[in-house]
Ligand binder design. Structure first.
Ligand code: SF4
Length: 521
């Protein structure tokens, strides 16, 4: 083990702590791609082998540099050079003195007694006044978000006299961001072109980088401004950056499964020499089809390809040159089944084009789906199973599934997709106030629209039990969920338990007619 550096050990630890296997193996491990296994042990083996590759690659790197590539051409080295400076603070080590106080303050603000009670029951259930709530086994704050908030709060306590800034938002949650606003932290907003105005930052200020990271250009700007940087980037995101570094060393184009305008993907793109983003399987199929059959003579097709991806690829991108050798990376919060399907598609396409013997030269893949994202998606899938199972199999039909999390939160949006795709009535809200006393709900749909006032509790027999599945995104405090459940309990009392005369069908139908849809930002 002594030859493994910290980065390698961290990668192994991250992977070995995964409770669920992703199923990818690196092509170099397997002489027959079709015989790949999906067990945890084999996956761990693949991770260890792959990290050995990283060690090999690092040994090989100086040789490559001697062969014409300067060390600083590798974007990771530029990032590391900044991150090694004394005013660049990473990890809790820098804030030991305030740790206890900050941890307690976070508990006071974000924990929920009601949710803790639910977690203590065998099936995460709360029954109250004719309502049953079933909480997803994995939900809410992930450790990366907790770590990020802890570092941000610690910075506020440690530098009480400094002007503090955050590049955009720390995480995508209104409650957390409001708390930071209240601590006089300045949020550097994006304009319509995704640009941030850093002129408001002065020498000596403290600038926090969010959980989803910052671009290399932003890091360079802050470095030049001589500020203190508190880097709260989640290690899972940094793991993706290490993967695209491997792509750069191997001369591969990074195909990123992610939304090109999302902050995390923007940061990842900035760590790539050559990249293209595909936001979903459909775009990946378009790309794979191009790889499989487009020729340089086919100018019309090439132009159409470039038009489609003009905002989603590096400026020098040439599809005939840069799709010959590719590696897959992803935004950590994407829908895991889709990332897996894209990986399989790209691998199959490259193998068909170049043959199985050359697959290692032309394709590289490494699991970078965040474990927290994965287990939350699995848990909401379980809630859907419960909805469809027969009572004797532990089933219990749900009136709806409530998903709580920021409207900009990618991982929360994916939690909604699962019940929606399985036909379970479900709503994504960003705060408790989205549920109103008049029995309407403001919620975000799968396509990003905001429905302003849909009826929540539909007519049913008075006295009937209300059954609600509950989950929340990785950046959502339990306290926010508790507040939402409190309002639902009140509505349940009002509309079902106390309404002996019957339902309010006509009023509700009328309200449904006035539902409005606006675009989500
Ligand atoms: S969802 Fe995953 S990648 Fe994002 S902050 Fe949490 S642990 Fe990190």
């Amino acid at each position: 083990m002594q030859f493994l550096n910290f980065e390698v050990v961290l990668s192994i630890l991250l992977l070995s702590s995964s409770s669920c296997c992703y199923g990818f193996t690196t092509p170099r491990l397997s002489s027959s791609i079709t015989s790949r296994t999906t067990t945890t042990s084999s996956f761990l083996l693949s991770a260890i082998e792959t990290n050995d590759d990283v060690v090999e690659k690092k040994k090989a790197a100086p040789k490559k540099m001697q062969n014409g590539r300067d060390k600083m051409e590798f974007l990771k080295n530029q990032r590391d050079a900044i991150a090694k400076k004394k005013d660049y603070l990473r990890g809790a080590g820098a804030f030991k003195k305030v740790k206890k106080e900050v941890t307690q303050s976070m508990r006071d603000q974000f924990d929920s007694d009601m949710m803790n009670q639910m977690k203590e029951t065998p099936n995460f259930k709360l029954e109250k006044d004719g309502a049953e709530f079933y909480l997803a086994k994995d939900h809410g704050f992930c450790w990366g978000v907790e770590r990020s908030i802890n570092l941000a709060y610690s910075a506020v306590e440690t530098f009480p006299d400094a002007q503090l800034h955050i590049t955009n938002e720390l995480i995508h949650n209104p409650m957390v961001n409001d708390k930071l606003h209240a601590k006089n932290v300045n949020f550097i907003q994006k304009d319509g072109e995704n640009q941030k105005d850093f002129s408001q930052i002065a020498e000596g200020d403290v600038v926090m980088l969010p959980a989803f990271g910052a671009t290399l250009d932003e890091m360079k700007i802050l470095d030049a401004k001589k500020v203190k940087v508190v880097d709260t980037t989640c290690p899972w995101v940094a793991k993706v950056w290490n993967t695209v570094h491997t792509h750069q060393i191997r001369g591969l184009t990074s195909v990123i499964h992610g939304k090109y305008g999302h902050e995390e993907t923007m940061a990842t793109k900035s760590m790539c020499e050559t990249y293209i983003c595909v936001k979903n399987l459909e775009e990946a199929e378009y790309l794979a089809d191009f790889v499989a059959s487009a020729t340089e003579e086919d100018t019309e097709r090439t132009e159409a390809f470039m038009e489609k991806f003009k905002k989603a690829c590096s400026s020098h991108f040439d599809p005939h040159k840069h799709l010959i050798k590719i590696g897959l990376a992803n935004q950590t919060t994407m829908y895991k089944k889709e990332t897996r399907a894209i990986g399989q598609l790209l691998q199959k396409t490259i193998m068909s084009k170049f043959g199985p013997d050359l697959i290692n030269e032309h394709y590289y893949e490494f699991d970078t789906i965040c474990d927290a994202t994965q287990v939350r998606q699995d848990a909401v899938d379980e809630l859907c199973n419960m909805h469809y199972n027969k009572p004797e199999d532990g089933g219990n039909e749900l009136d709806f599934i409530l998903v709580v999390g920021g409207f900009d939160s990618s991982n929360t949006a994916h939690l909604l997709e699962i019940p929606q795709m399985r036909g379970v009535r479900s709503y994504h809200i960003n705060e408790a106030e989205c549920i109103r006393a008049d029995n309407t709900i403001k919620h975000r749909t799968m396509d990003g629209g905001i429905v302003e006032s849909e009826t929540l509790l539909l007519p049913k027999e008075p006295g009937t039990k209300l059954r609600v599945g509950v989950t929340s995104g990785a950046s959502t405090p339990d306290k926010e969920v508790q507040d939402a459940l409190g309002i639902i309990m009140m509505l349940n009392q009002l509309y079902y338990q106390k309404s002996k005369e019957g339902s309010t069908t006509e009023e509700e139908e009328e309200r449904n007619d006035t539902t409005t849809i606006t675009a989500c930002n």
